[in-house]
Design a protein. Structure first.
Length: 161
C-alpha cells in the first residue's frame, strides 16, 4: 500500500481507502458502510472548502523566499513557502483559503513554535540564530498540504550556512 496516491485517486472511494490503508476486501458490510460514510463526509467537506486561488507574494528587498510546489501536468501548485526575514528569522508559511495565517516560526533567540489564529502551539527552545548556529534544526512535519488535503507531507529543516 505504498504506491503513490494522486489527487484524482483521493476523489474516489477506492483511492481514498488506499490512502487510509484500509483493504475493502477484509471489511464486513457494516464496516464498509462506516468507511463509505467517512469518505462521503470528507468529500462534502472538500467540496465546501473555499479554494486558495492565485497567490500574490509581495517582494521585500533583502528578504529571501523559497517555494515548495507540486507539478500536476502543466499546472504548478504552491503548497508552502519559507520566508527568511530581514532580521534573520525563519517562517514556514502554508497557504490556506480560511483565515488563521498558519505558520511555523524560528526566532533569533531559538524559540520555535507553530502558530494559527494568533495562538502559538508547541513552543520549543532550539539553537539561537547567530554566528554559532551549527548543523541543522527540524522545523516540523507539515502534512495535508497540496492540491487536495492529505496529498503529501514535507519535513522542513533549518540548516546552518
Amino acid at each position: 500500500m505504498d504506491d503513490f496516491i494522486s489527487d484524482d485517486d483521493l476523489r474516489t472511494f477506492e483511492g481514498w481507502l488506499r490512502y487510509q490503508a484500509v483493504d475493502p476486501v477484509v471489511l464486513m458490510p457494516d464496516e464498509l458502510a462506516m468507511w463509505r460514510g467517512y469518505f462521503d463526509e470528507d468529500r462534502q467537506r472538500a467540496e465546501c472548502s473555499p479554494k486558495v486561488g492565485l497567490m500574490k507574494l509581495r517582494r521585500v528587498p533583502g528578504e529571501q523566499k523559497y517555494g515548495v510546489a507540486l507539478r500536476d501536468g502543466s499546472e504548478l501548485w504552491l503548497t508552502m513557502w519559507v520566508r527568511c526575514s530581514l532580521k534573520g528569522e525563519v517562517f514556514v508559511m502554508y497557504p490556506r483559503a480560511e483565515a488563521g495565517n498558519p505558520h511555523a516560526s524560528y526566532h533569533l533567540d531559538g524559540t520555535l513554535h507553530n502558530k494559527s489564529y494568533g495562538k502559538a502551539h508547541f513552543p520549543k527552545k532550539r539553537q539561537p540564530l547567530d554566528a554559532d548556529f551549527r548543523e541543522s534544526e527540524p522545523l516540523g512535519l507539515f502534512m495535508g498540504h497540496g492540491k487536495a488535503a492529505g496529498q503529501c507531507a514535507t519535513r522542513a529543516c533549518l540548516t546552518g550556512w
